[in-house]
Structures are given as structure tokens and as C-alpha cells.
Design a protein around this ligand. Structure first.
Ligand SMILES: [Zn+2]
Length: 270
């Protein structure tokens, strides 16, 4: 079963509050699941990069954890990309689109694909110093293409609109790989202190090191710069593991990450 199929099945069976926050380029649903009590609520997202679909499986497992306040979980922001990565070109019905994607990918092996079904990298498509990232590219590609404009993609628009409606106390994005926490994005002094101390809590909860690295156009970047919300990216999985990290690693990844969301809730949802 693919990551997307697992999320669909989870949605059908989930007894708590749940929502479809939007649709992908190919019309697949982007699902959100709520845990806890309304009031102060964080947002946790995964699967924005196709080949990092293991983060969606991690997020599904985290939904079982009790938290202080509330958390909205969006396990798979990029369902088309994840399906492309796991099932290849046959996951795309329209033949003209299949042909385009095969050409952009340079072959039938989509295991390293990061983008959506329009070959836009969703995590460089947000309006936060958009297009200034060092590895950004400006035409369709398996990764790093920023899109025609910020928010050009339905997946990024859906996640942004949902975030604005929730007004979260924090956001946490799961990516793979490298075992590192990103927290910095041109914050003002006071916010920088606040976000650094929260990042240190995440370090204590997970053991992942903090990084000073700064990207551009990401979801975390947008939440930090435009919304002033403490926002973090955790890169799960060992650097030496190959992409895509397989489902057999989820147990281990869960044990390493099970207290991260709770740590942020203990601090931000009081
Ligand atoms: Zn990623």
C-alpha cells in the first residue's frame, strides 16, 4: 500500500475531527486530522516532498499521541508527487501529462522525485524570499523548481489557506533526511530568542542537532516571516540512508520523534 492509500484509509477510519483542506493538481484530497482541544492549536505537516513520503507515515503514527491543547496534522501535502515516486508514471492518467513528466524526469524511475505533478517543488513555492534560494531552478524539474509565481500551486494554496484559518501557535514540518532541525529565517531579535529556545526543546526531545541553515520559499519560512509563528523543520532519518526511506524504518523514526510535537505543545499551547 502506498503512503497516499494509507492516508485515505486512515481518513475513512478516523473517529476524531477531520477535514479535506484542498486538492492536488490531479484532484487528490489533502487531508487534515485534529487531536486534542480547540483553542491553542499547532499544525504538523509532512509529505510536501514526494520522495520523503515516509514522513506521512510518521505523522499518521503521531496522531495517536495525546497533546496539550490541540494539533492539526496534515500528513501528506503532496499526494500526486508521493504516488509518482511510489508507483511511477502509471499513477498519472492523462497520457500527455505522463509524457511530459517522463521527459522532465529523464526516465521512468521516479524514486528521487520531490515535486508535484506540475514539476513544481512545493517547498520553494511560498512567498518568503521566493526564488532567492541557492538551489532554486526556474523551469520544471524533479526538484527545486520554484513555480511561475509564489502560490502558483493548489497544494501550497491549500496549506496556506488552512494555516491562516487555524492561526496556529506553532508549525512543524517533517522532511527527510539528515537528522537536523531548521528554525532560523530572518527573525527579529525577540522572535529569534523565542524560536531558538523552542528549537532547543525539540533538540532535547529528539536528539537532532540544530542547524543555522536558511532556505527560501518554504512553508516554515512563510510561517516564520509572514505570520510570525514559531516554525520548525525536522529532517528525519540518517544521512546515509538512501531516498526514498522505506516504510520499514517508521518504527525507529517514531521512537526518535514521538516527543517532538508534545514538547512544542507543552510550551505553546498552555
Ligand atoms: Zn524535504
Amino acid at each position: 500500500m502506498t503512503a497516499y492509500e494509507r492516508v485515505v484509509r486512515f481518513y475513512a477510519r478516523y473517529r476524531g475531527e477531520k477535514r479535506v483542506i484542498g486538492y492536488s493538481v490531479l484532484g487528490r484530497s489533502i487531508y487534515a486530522f485534529f487531536v486534542g482541544e480547540h483553542g491553542k492549536e499547532g499544525i504538523v505537516q509532512g509529505g510536501i516532498h514526494a520522495r520523503e513520503w515516509v514522513t506521512a507515515l510518521l505523522v499518521l503514527k503521531l496522531i495517536g499521541r495525546k497533546v496539550r491543547g490541540g494539533v492539526w496534522y496534515v500528513p501528506l501535502v503532496n499526494p500526486d508527487g508521493a504516488e509518482l515516486c511510489q508507483r511511477g508514471a502509471r499513477s498519472v492518467e492523462a497520457l500527455y501529462l505522463r509524457r511530459d513528466l517522463l521527459q522532465i524526469n529523464g526516465g521512468a524511475d521516479f524514486s528521487q522525485w520531490k515535486a508535484n505533478a506540475r514539476a513544481v517543488d512545493l517547498n520553494v513555492n511560498f512567498p518568503a524570499r521566493w526564488g532567492t534560494g541557492r538551489s532554486n531552478v526556474f523551469s520544471p524539474a524533479p526538484s527545486s523548481y520554484v513555480g511561475e509565481a509564489p502560490f502558483s500551486e493548489p497544494e501550497t494554496r491549500a496549506l496556506a489557506a488552512f494555516t491562516l484559518s487555524v492561526r496556529p501557535t506553532f508549525t512543524l514540518s517533517y522532511h527527510a533526511k539528515g537528522e537536523v532541525i531548521y528554525w532560523r529565517f530572518y527573525q527579529e531579535k525577540a522572535d529569534e530568542q523565542r524560536d531558538l529556545s523552542l528549537a532547543q526543546l525539540l533538540f532535547e526531545a529528539t536528539g537532532y542537532a540544530l542547524s543555522d541553515g536558511v532556505s527560501a520559499g518554504g512553508y516554515k519560512d512563510w510561517c516564520t516571516e509572514k505570520l510570525g509563528v514559531p516554525s520548525f523543520t525536522i529532517e528525519i532519518g540518517k544521512e546515509e540512508w538512501a531516498h526514498p526511506i522505506g516504510a520499514s524504518r517508521v518504527g525507529k523514526l517514531y521512537r526518535k520523534n514521538k516527543d517532538g510535537v508534545r514538547a512544542l505543545c507543552e510550551c505553546r499551547n498552555v
